[in-house]
Design a protein around this ligand. Sequence first.
Ligand SMILES: O=C(O)c1ccccc1NCC(=O)[C@H](O)[C@H](O)COP(=O)(O)O
Length: 255
Amino acid sequence: MILDKIIKEKEKEVKALKKSRHSLIEKLKAEELTLIAEIKKASPSKGLIRKDFKPVEQLMAYQAGGADAISVLTDQKFFQGSNQLLESLRKLTELPILRKEFIIDPIQVYQSFFIGADVILLIAAVLDLEQLKELLATAEKLKLEVIVEVHNEAELDMVLNTEAEIIGINNRNLNNFEVDLNTTAKLLKLLQEKTPRQNYYIIAESGIKSAADISYLKELGVDGVLIGETLMKAESPAAKIKELSLSKGESDHDS
Ligand SMILES: O=C(O)c1ccccc1NCC(=O)[C@H](O)[C@H](O)COP(=O)(O)O
């Protein structure tokens, strides 16, 4: 019967659709410090970051430099990114891809799945607890991993009321764009005080510029770092990654 034949084919297609994705959590488990290297052409705080924006070259350089995952800004209006950009990079890499987007509705989580993201970002600052839980549940259904981003204690408190596994600590205040790596130290300390739960992965985000910054964050015990501008502006992103990961500079953030 034709219907039987069609459904047999469909079953194969559905299986392929559900096949397991590239995992950031696997990288976080395996690496001493996981590097998420970001592809972003522009941002509200910095304007145009890279005039001769060549995302494919950037991706190749990140891979050559040993990045563990790639972050792709998909917002068009404020970051000059696009969903098409993520889709095209998806075809070129086996690294996990984080879709950097401002997600406020479950439909964007489905969209993230279909354009090929493995990981999504949920920004606590723009969500309430109910929304955050709904978005986390949608992501779980689709086997998408989630970084929940926080910048202050209230946002951290909200995230601690969820099952989030990966917490991104954004060192950039998104209201005034001030960047302070001590935000990571402050929130990590609060996290330890507030919960006995140990099984969080912590990613420090934004404003990471030097080997000294990396060594400071490593000392704090973060599991990963998300770096955009520093790599986007580097003449050789691959060399920059090596420089950041390998050198052990002195920290100027010990206060
Ligand atoms: O970067 C901005 O100007 C910005 C403004 C409003 C919301 C989000 C914004 N940035 C997104 C990010 O979190 C960064 O792209 C990411 O953490 C990398 O930061 P950096 O290494 O400082 O480029």
